[in-house]
Design a protein around this ligand. Structure first.
Ligand code: ADP
Ligand code: MG
Length: 206
């Protein structure tokens, strides 16, 4: 059995219909088991180390902000190596424009690296990530109860359309405003954290 680290990124933690859909998939425990879930706001050095292989890439400062700006739902999954491969297949490719039609990221990811979930990509990386993260977050019990349904709307495809315009430099003001409005409808986040959510989502598009 392999251990894998799981992170609901901000675009999945706070967009409630998306979180419910992703949790439905995970909670099916088709070929895997969810061993833990906890709320945790990752500190900057942890994310810099977790993503050290991406240091120097132009999107790295955004990635660190994205993963540290807000409390996230973090967990551990156990699966066979083959089952982990299957989970990664269900998840889809990293960048949304390239994610396989029907995959979770194609269905719920907004744009670029706004791709909802982190899941360790192999038993070796899973073991290393779980070891590192278990020093700062409890990874041995399910301490968060997530819903499998939500009354909130899922605006993924409208968000993607607006994100595409914004990233291309078209209607920047209008598209930014519309994205904020749609995110507000999708979430139930307190006002003081809402600005951080907007910042990390819009930050992926500039
Ligand atoms: P994955 O999450 O599919 O395992 P990687 O480990 O390669 O992908 O990258 C980690 C995260 O960094 C991605 O999930 C994504 O959020 C971000 N990222 C990676 N490559 C890019 C890119 N070219 N543009 C924007 N964000 C990226
Ligand atoms: Mg990875």
């Amino acid at each position: 059995m392999a251990d894998a680290l799981l992170i609901f990124k901000p675009d999945a933690t706070y967009r409630l219909a998306v979180r419910a859909a992703l949790w439905s998939w995970l909670a099916s425990e088709r070929d895997w088991k969810v061993e833990s879930l906890a709320w945790f706001q990752p500190p900057v050095p942890l994310i810099e180390s977790h993503y050290d292989f991406l240091q120097g890439r132009p999107f790295f400062p955004w990635l660190v902000d994205f993963m540290t700006a807000l409390p996230l739902v973090v967990g551990r999954v156990t699966a066979s190596a083959d089952a982990l491969k299957l989970m990664r297949y269900d998840l889809g490719e990293t960048r949304i424009a390239q994610s396989r039609p029907g995959s979770l990221r194609e269905r719920y990811g907004i744009f670029g690296g706004l791709n909802c979930l982190h899941l360790s990509d192999a038993p070796e990386t899973g073991a290393a990530e779980v070891e590192k993260w278990s020093k700062v977050v409890q990874l041995d019990k399910v301490a968060v109860e997530l819903e499998t349904q939500s009354d909130k709307p899922d605006h993924t495809y409208r968000l993607r359309s607006l994100a595409t315009q914004l990233a291309a430099g078209f209607h920047v003001e209008l598209a930014s405003r519309a994205i904020r409005e749609l995110l507000a409808e999708e979430s139930a986040i307190e006002e003081k954290s809402r600005e951080a959510l907007y910042r990390v989502i819009l930050g992926a598009l500039s």
